[in-house]
Structure formats: structure tokens, C-alpha cells
Design a protein around this ligand. Sequence first.
Ligand code: ACO
Ligand code: OAA
Length: 371
Amino acid sequence: MTATRGLEGIVATTSSVSSIIDDVLTYRGYSIDDLAEHATFEEVVYLLWNKKLPNQSELEQFKAELSEASELPAELLEQMKSLPLKNAHPMTVLRTLISMLAMYDKDAEDMSTEGNYKKAIRLQAQIASIVTAFSRIREGKDPVSPKKELSFAGNFLYMLTGNEPDEISETAINKALVLHADHELNASTFTARVCVATLSDIYSGVTAAIGALKGPLHGGANEQVMKMLSEIGEENNVDSYLDKAIENKQKIMGFGHRVYKNGDPRAKHLREMSKQLTTITGEEKWYTMSVKIEETLKQKKGLLPNVDFYSASVYHSLGIDHDLFTPIFAVSRISGWNAHILEQYEDNRLIRPRADYIGPDKQMYVPLDQR
Ligand SMILES: CC(=O)SCCNC(=O)CCNC(=O)[C@H](O)C(C)(C)COP(=O)(O)OP(=O)(O)OC[C@H]1O[C@@H](n2cnc3c(N)ncnc32)[C@H](O)[C@@H]1OP(=O)(O)O
Ligand SMILES: O=C([O-])CC(=O)C(=O)O
């Protein structure tokens, strides 16, 4: 048995949720470029879970279901206030609270298809309520309840800030949510599928996935990108920063990808948004610095930006706290996790690969008092 490091190139399952073929990303066969330009996040979530785009009445009903499910259990909100939120990373808080939600869900152990679909809706709606309520509570503010008439993206910003967003901000968040929704068998989605393939419940699968997304080699990279941009400070410092990083063999956050070798098709949309939003805020430096980093790394290392690179300056321009960048990724990606979890349940088999043992052989047991 020979191991393939990081399972690179290993095809571990079939899936009809999303595909990456020749660097082109599609959700259920629809190109990400079309969806990013035209679709609402709600339409995309419906598509991922129902294998087809909704018609008008299906979409209205779906939005109403999401809206109805968005209220958090009052006890959970109370408990949230007593947690040591100030010292915890928001992804740690999110992982814990999503897990706790199961304790308030009477259907938590219902493994029927209908039961799991219902819980997918609750999770999708409530993850946005958790992230925004958490952000407000740690600032000493009261959580804001969503408004029925607002879109998912609009409500997210409304619940975060307490103000209805302008059209440009709402469109930007909607597009970012669409672009992050699913991505074939990435690390967090694989984690979710491994977890539920034991026939564990959907809350366990999503909780495990949040843990995997948190890492800086995966979703956690977007927060690290902003940290890097802040450290570099201005365009003139880009060359010296990158030269030093390359010399020290340091990984540059937001660059490289296991699957894309000619570039991440989501990055160009986020780059455009970064340009637009930084122009509006008057902080063009985040965009121009990012472009310089992109050009320099392409030339010096052949490295290209991934989805996490320009999303950092996009979220920063929307006034979002940097440690909420990865939780926002989770608010979107939970749609993909749920789609994959439902797909795994549809045709389940335990996921259990092998390890190529490289430890010592034929050890003799020595009693404790003789060691
Ligand atoms: C949503 C997402 O999850 S997108 C990914 C987000 N993560 C990041 O942006 C973190 C930075 N990027 C990385 O660490 C990697 O590119 C990953 C984790 C995304 C992919 O990793 P892998 O497929 O295992 O590639 P691996 O790390 O083996 O890199 C291959 C080569 O490219 C180099 N490389 C890859 N990415 C980078 C990077 N960001 N900075 C510097 N060098 C890099 C590696 O050092 C390695 O070089 P070597 O062959 O000379 O040793
Ligand atoms: O697919 C991956 O390995 C990581 C990624 O880009 C994502 O999850 O969006």
C-alpha cells in the first residue's frame, strides 16, 4: 500500500452537486460566472439542494421558509451572552453554537429525508443569525431580528449592523455568498461527508466541517490575507515583503490551489468587486496593493490568487471585522455542506480509507516498573 500525500488527485466519491473541470466551476451544471452575475444566494441554495433552479413561487416559498427558520432559540441567545466571547475566535464560537443548536432541535435525531431537509433550512437560516448576533453581543449591542422583506444577503448586513444596507453592499455580499457556496470535495465538505457517512446527524456533519474550514490552509486564509495586507501597509512595500516571504519559504495566504492550476475562476469576480468597493470607500490602496501582489507572485513564483485573496479587501471595504471573514465563508458554504450531506445520505457507504503504516515493527511490551 502506498499513500498519496494529502489524497491529491484521489477521486473519493461521485457527486452531482458541483464540478471543477478544466478550471471551470459549475453548480449542478450552471457556470459560476452566470450564477455570480445573475442569481440570488437563495436561488443558488435552492439549486444545490433541489437539483434545479426554482420558479418564482418555489423561490418565494423557499425564502419564506428560510425567513421563518431564522429566529434563534431564546435560551441559546441567553447562553451566548454568558460565553467568554471576547477571547474566542468567532469560528470557535460558531463551531460551538452550531453544535449547541442541535440540543434545541426536536428533530435533531430525525434521519428521514424530509427531516434532514428541514434541518438544512434551519441551519442555513440560523448560521447567519448566530454570526451576526455574536458580532453584536461582543460589542455590547442587542441582536437584531431579520426582516421578512429583505433578501438573505440584505438581512445578513441588516442583522450585523442594525441598518438596512445600500444596494451596492447587498449586491456585493450576495455575489460573495454565491461564489463561496460550493466547491466539490474541498477539505470541509469532505469532512462533513466523512462524518455523516457513519450515519451521524447533520449537526455533527456541519460542526465538523466548520472545524475544517477554520484552518488557514482552507477558509481561514481570508482573514490571514487581510492581516498580510495590513502588515505590508502600502504598495511600495510589496516587493520587499514578498522577497522576504519567498526567501523564508513562507506560504502567501490567498494564493495557490490544490485543484486549479491556471487560476481560480472565482477570483476575477472578487477582484472586480474589490476594485469597485475600494473606489467607493476611498481606500484604493487595498486593491492596488493586492493587484501588485498578484502580478509579482505570478511573475516570481507562478502562483495565482484563490477565492480567499480578493474577498479580504471586499469584506474589509464593507466595514466587516476581519475575524468575521471566515464565519461569512461558513454562512455561504453551509449550503454546499448541506447539499453534500443530503447527497451522502441518499446513497451512503462508510468512508474509511487505509493508512500505509510507517511506525516501528515487532515491539516487545516492557512492564511499567521496568521502563
Ligand atoms: C477556500 C480555500 O480553501 S482556497 C485555499 C486557501 N488557502 C490559502 O490560500 C493558503 C495558502 N495556500 C496554500 O497553502 C496551498 O496553495 C494550498 C493549501 C491551497 C494547496 O496546497 P497543496 O495543493 O498541498 O500545494 P503545496 O502546498 O504542496 O504547494 C505546491 C508548491 O507550491 C508552493 N505554494 C503553494 N501555495 C503557495 C503559497 N500560497 N505561497 C507560497 N508557495 C506556495 C509550495 O510551497 C510548493 O512548492 P515546492 O514544490 O517548491 O515545495
Ligand atoms: O476546493 C478547495 O480545495 C478549496 C476551495 O477553493 C474551496 O473550498 O472553495
